[in-house]
Design a protein around this ligand. Sequence first.
Ligand code: NAG
Length: 143
Amino acid sequence: MRFATIHKLFIFYISTFSIASIAHACFAPHWDVYVTNTISDNIVAHIKSKNDDLGNHTIPFNGNYHWSFCEALFGKTLFYAYFWWGSRFQTLALFDEKLEEAYCFIEDLRDQYCYWFVKPDGFYISVSPDPNGDNVHFIKPWQ
Ligand SMILES: *[C@@H]1O[C@H](CO)[C@@H](O)[C@H](O)[C@H]1NC(C)=O
């Protein structure tokens, strides 16, 4: 009886632990990147890396598109995007070593976050989800 309970607890512990490790089995930091549209109109975002094509996504006003990944070792991760807003267009890097180190990386965290805000005057990046906060940095205008 007692043994059975301990055994069950043990199995529960092992499976919980494994699921948690599988979810975030990264050697380098795990990143969540959000692209929020603050333009009162739909925009279309097409995000890619060398290995992944995340496809075209329509992001409505105040909506966001989000994806996550394990950073590759040796700073090789690159995600870039094409954006359309009516007749406006722009292409830019959304994640690379320079951007994350300059704007998003927090020392000693395994789970890291980067936030992009698409505004009428261009593209902004921040370590925090507040589009009007102190850490919001202008990166590029629309073409
Ligand atoms: C993605 O959307 C843009 C803008 O609407 C369009 O020009 C382009 O052809 C689309 N690409 C794909 C693969 O659907």
